[in-house]
Ligand binder design. Sequence first.
Ligand code: ATP
Ligand code: MN
Length: 143
Amino acid sequence: MFEKILYPTDFSDVAQKAIPFIEQLKSAGTSDVVILHVIDARSLDLLSYNPQDYRNVENHLLEIALDNISFLKQRFEKIGLNVKILVKNGNPSSQILKAEKEEKVSAIVLGSHGKSNLAEVIIGSVSERVVRHARTPVLVIKR
Ligand code: ATP
Ligand code: MN
């Protein structure tokens, strides 16, 4: 039922809270984890002033993402999970829903909130869109 988990992360504290839950899913039959980070097109726009800047910022964010992900990969592999890494550009929820289909995952595990983590917001916009449109079960880890 939970063979292949899609774990989308923005590396925020709330997204990190999902890690022990994913590890515990091993005893529920999880063998594979797909870790997905989306380099948000909006943050690239906000952080860059011209096309050259855009590429520098993109490369920098990619480097940071790969560092963070390789740490996560090791952690999951240590307990015997198979790990696949995906880094995409674009809109986070669209890329998450696309990966759900393409990777044929059994469930999605993500945080209720992410980087913004605003006190008055009940659920972040990425998790909201994923819960609304996903075909598979979604486990939302609360902050
Ligand atoms: P908002 O983005 O609407 O201002 P927020 O940042 O508090 O609110 P979300 O972005 O919805 O909350 O984050 C919820 C969860 O979605 C995160 O914990 C993470 O699991 C996933 N997520 C968010 N952004 C990304 C991303 N860029 N790449 C991969 N997963 C993401
Ligand atoms: Mn966010």
